[in-house]
Design a protein around this ligand. Structure first.
Ligand code: ARG
Length: 466
């Protein structure tokens, strides 16, 4: 039979319609373990403040052990009339410890400080798990980068051939945002390191409880400075939610590239059978569903964050029941990332590149035009003219349907004639090779093989430090 945590001042129980609207056990039951941990710490605080004798504390701890066992085994679960996880656990505790002893545990705490603490505990644990999954993905990308060696591919801006880059450089460009997301989770965790327990409903408690001790038992290094802030703010939940959405976006952008690389026209990558799907009607089909689902679920992750932000906007600053809506948003994000990340990492680990095809495409589309211009700059031609001259080479080649390196010596001599002597002009050919172009981009962060090697080494060091 159900219990209510309130009722004294009410002549009747809640209407069925209210009970249905109010109920949250269908999603907040996953906080039960953290709530029991909070109850243990709270019981000890009550004892130290003289509100539970040592005998009572011992019996309470045994009762909480038993409650945890029943929750673990599934013998105890919420029933229809339990309003939330806290109500259900109170019912479970009373059934084990009796009304006399069990009824003492709620003193000095409110579901408002409880729930604000529990969501932090739960999210901090998830943040660590998600970080490990993201680092596994980063490592898979780093491994692929290393195995790509000197392989080159077309680097694109506006999706148009721009300048050739190392395949490893392009892959590593996806590693850094992921590592920053992990760093964001770590920063967030440090900010989340204060416990609201002891804040009560909003104003603190009168019972001489020691919130510091409770905080330490629950893995927090300190207590929130303001009991209203502790119970009412959800910026930390929203910040977690942003990081989850950002992860979704970062993975989605990589997904989009893989989907394009996997098309017949590009044919840069081949996905492993175990990480591809077929069509129910077209027997030949092999689809990149993992990348598509990851891209699609980014929308869902952003939606969760947006919903939460809109819920928070305009709330007065102390607890309001709207705050119950914070949980499903982040629960859904965590569930989503927990299915996306392992599948995505598996897809990356097993993906194969067609390096020959990538290399053959790399210099096409006049992708070496910048190299001509920069070579002219090294011959002391002002860049403004160098850009024009290289553009003329492109126009000539385009007119004849050939590539830049197919232009003849006399073509170069005549295009450059106002600036360079005829014997120097044909030397421009020295930069008209893809690897020559790539390896001349030697500035820090550039795509030269040496720089990318350093980049990879630093990324590995970063991964190991996180
Ligand atoms: N279930 C609520 C939540 O998740 C906590 C209960 C607060 N209820 C209240 N009447 N103050 O936010």
């Amino acid at each position: 039979e159900g219990i209510a945590l309130w009722g004294g001042r009410f002549a009747s129980g809640p209407s069925d319609t209210l009970a249905k609207l109010s109920k949250s056990t269908q999603f907040d039951w996953r906080l039960a373990d953290d709530d029991i941990a909070g109850s243990r710490a709270h019981a000890r605080a009550l004892n130290r403040a003289g509100h539970l004798t040592l005998d009572e504390l011992n019996s309470m701890e045994l009762a909480l052990d038993e409650l945890q066992r029943r929750v673990d085994s599934g013998d105890f679960t919420p029933i229809e009339s339990d309003e939330d996880e806290a109500t259900a656990l109170e019912r479970g505790l009373l059934a084990i410890a009796g009304d006399e002893l069990g009824g003492k545990l709620r003193a000095g705490r409110s579901r408002n400080d409880q729930i604000a603490t529990l969501i932090r505990m739960w999210l901090r644990r998830q943040a660590r798990f998600i970080s490990r999954e993201v680092l596994a993905l980063a490592q898979a990308l780093i491994k692929k980068s290393k195995s790509a060696g000197y392989a080159v591919m077309p680097g694109r801006t506006h999706m148009q051939h721009a300048q050739p880059v190392l395949v490893s450089h392009q892959l590593m460009a996806h590693v850094w945002p992921l590592l920053r997301d992990v760093e964001r989770l770590i920063d967030w965790d440090n900010r989340c390191n204060a416990s609201p327990y002891g804040s009560g409903a909003l104003a603190g408690n009168t019972l001489g409880l020691d919130p510091e001790a409770v905080a330490h038992e629950l893995g927090f290094s300190t207590v929130t400075e303001n009991s209203i802030d502790g119970t009412a703010s959800r910026d930390l939940v929203a910040e977690f939610s942003f990081i989850a959405a950002m992860l979704g976006v970062d993975i989605s952008r990589l997904s989009e590239e893989i989907i394009i690389w996997n098309t017949q026209e590009f044919a840069f990558v081949r996905l492993d059978d175990a990480y591809s799907t077929g069509s129910s009607i077209m027997p030949q089909k092999k689809n990149p569903d993992i990348a598509e689902l990851a891209r699609g679920k980014a929308g869902r992750l952003i939606g969760d964050m947006t919903g939460l932000m809109v819920t928070l906007k305009g709330l007065p600053t102390a607890y309001a029941r709207d705050l119950q809506e914070d949980k499903e948003a982040v629960f859904d994000q965590v569930d989503t990332l927990c299915v996306v990340l392992p599948a995505f990492t598996g897809m990356i680990e097993t993906m194969e590149f067609d390096f020959n095809r990538m290399e053959s495409q790399a210099p096409t589309g006049f992708a070496l035009a910048t190299d001509i211009a920069e070579w002219l700059v090294k011959q002391k031609v002002p860049f403004r003219y160098a850009h024009e001259l290289s553009g003329e080479c492109v126009r000539l080649a385009e007119e004849r349907g050939i590539e830049l390196w197919d232009l003849s010596d006399s073509d170069f001599k005549s295009v450059f004639s106002n600036f360079l002597s005829a014997d120097v002009a044909p030397e421009v050919r020295t930069v008209l090779s893809t690897l020559g172009s790539v390896n001349s981009r030697l500035g820090k962060g550039g795509t030269a093989y040496e720089r990318v090697k350093e980049q990879i080494a630093f990324a590995e060091k970063t991964v190991n430090s996180l």
